[in-house]
Design a binder for this molecule. Structure first.
Ligand code: Y39
Ligand code: FE
Ligand code: FE
Ligand code: FE
Length: 225
């Protein structure tokens, strides 16, 4: 039994103008990030360009979702929303921190996207639901790309992963708090988002090679302020 949501109220469309913008901006930044990662990993360049292309498709899909509801996305808000994570990614690119870049984009951001899209699908309008169902399949592929690379290079990446996790995961919890109210208007509960993120992220860290104790410590980093 799902409560009916009126997708045309001013309140819904106002909240949507921010959440929709975040997703559009996130997809754009994900495109840029995968293209930049391609410069680091020449042997994966073609594959990464394919992932980037998917992100570009996702962005177009979500732009259509906003248009469908007559919403103008608040892109200024969205840019600000991603600025700290974006800054950390660019800094890592500059310093040659490939492992940090992969943790930020392919693990943290992808898990954040998967959690958000999973929780959004059951409460989305029919148009956006179809789009989001198509998108989320790709996000699992993106997460898998990061997992595979980091798993194959676990021994040499482990220390950098722990540092990068400590620097970046707290930002995600802050970001989640910033949009919790808007997400709730769309029918998405913060607790559900946190839970789904923790499950995805913990599973990924396990796939890469971290043990249960390490996973617990890493995934709760910054959760309680
Ligand atoms: O890899 C991707 O496609 C990820 C960039 C997209 C990010 C989506 C960010 C979703 C956060 C939404 C928060 C809603 C509560
Ligand atoms: Fe995407
Ligand atoms: Fe993605
Ligand atoms: Fe999985």
């Amino acid at each position: 039994m799902t409560a009916t949501i009126d997708f045309q109220t001013e309140t819904y469309r106002d909240a949507y103008s921010r959440i929709n913008a975040i997703v559009i901006e996130g997809e754009q930044e994900a495109y840029n990030n995968y293209m930049q990662l391609g410069e680091f990993l020449p042997e994966q360049k073609e594959n990464l360009a394919k992932l980037a292309k998917m992100e570009d498709r996702h962005k177009k899909g979500f732009i259509a979702c906003g248009k469908n509801l007559n919403v103008v996305p608040d892109m200024e808000f969205a840019k600000l929303f991603f600025s700290s994570l974006h800054g950390n990614f660019q800094k890592a690119i500059q310093e040659g921190g490939l492992v940090t870049c992969l943790l930020i984009q392919s693990l943290i951001i992808e898990c954040f996207a998967i959690a958000a899209y999973n929780i959004y699908i059951p409460v989305a309008d029919p148009f956006a639901r179809k789009i989001t169902e198509g998108v989320i399949k790709d996000e699992y592929l993106h997460l898998n790309f990061g997992e595979e690379w980091l798993k194959a290079n676990f021994a040499t990446s482990k220390a950098e992963l722990e540092v990068a996790n400590r620097q970046n995961l707290p930002l995600v919890w802050k970001m989640l708090n910033q949009v919790a109210k808007d997400a709730k208007v769309l029918g998405m509960e913060k607790e559900a988002l946190v839970e789904d993120f923790m499950i995805q992220y913990g599973e990924s860290l396990g796939n890469i090679g971290f043990n249960t104790r390490e996973i617990m410590k890493m995934s709760a980093m910054g959760l309680i302020p």
